[in-house]
Design a protein around this ligand. Structure first.
Ligand code: FEO
Length: 171
């Protein structure tokens, strides 16, 4: 039987992943409304990934015999002061999520819950990737300095992002 502290912490993390998904959806709507469809697509893909993360933990908690107690998802921001502002909000969210996953991992260590540690390893690796990707986009946006040709180039580039099937083995 899963430790009640891990059960509660996993419940919180499920909420955080779905809240992140909702925030990305807000960002996607913002970009779509501002005719940057590539940026909107990137954020929509990010939304889908966060939903998959939430479901990974949801499934895991059930598989461990834990109880699901879903909480409220806060209202996301849907308005930003341009591309950099939106991506900085995304980066802040990912950094907070990394801290949350680290804390969860520490708790699993404290509770000698090896299965949860193993499950969380994937999330730790994913966070490294997500933070780096967003940091790179912010760096490119800063280099662009609002130049419309550069922004449209990035719009094309982000629009070409392929969805990853995170349920697939090895994904
Ligand atoms: Fe679920 Fe963006 O980490």
């Amino acid at each position: 039987m899963i430790d009640s502290r891990i059960e509660e912490a996993l419940g919180k993390q499920i909420n955080q992943e779905f809240a992140a998904a909702y925030n990305y959806l807000g960002m996607s709507g913002y970009f779509d409304a501002n005719t940057l469809d590539g940026f909107a697509h990137w954020m929509q893909t990010q939304h889908n990934e966060e939903m998959a993360h939430g479901m990974r933990l949801f499934r895991y908690l059930l598989d461990r015999g834990g109880k699901i107690d879903l909480a409220t998802i806060p209202k996301p921001r849907s308005d930003f002061n341009g591309t950099v502002d939106a991506f900085e909000a995304a980066l802040e969210q990912e950094r907070e999520n990394t801290i949350a996953i680290n804390r969860l991992y520490e708790l699993a260590t404290e509770c000698n819950d090896y299965a949860t540690k193993s499950h969380l390893q994937w999330f730790l690796d994913e966070q490294v990737e997500e933070e780096k990707t967003i940091e790179d986009i912010i760096a490119m946006l800063r280099m662009a300095k609002g130049d419309i040709s550069a922004i449209l180039f990035l719009n094309e580039k982000l629009g070409a992002r392929e969805a990853i099937d995170e349920a697939a083995p090895g994904a």
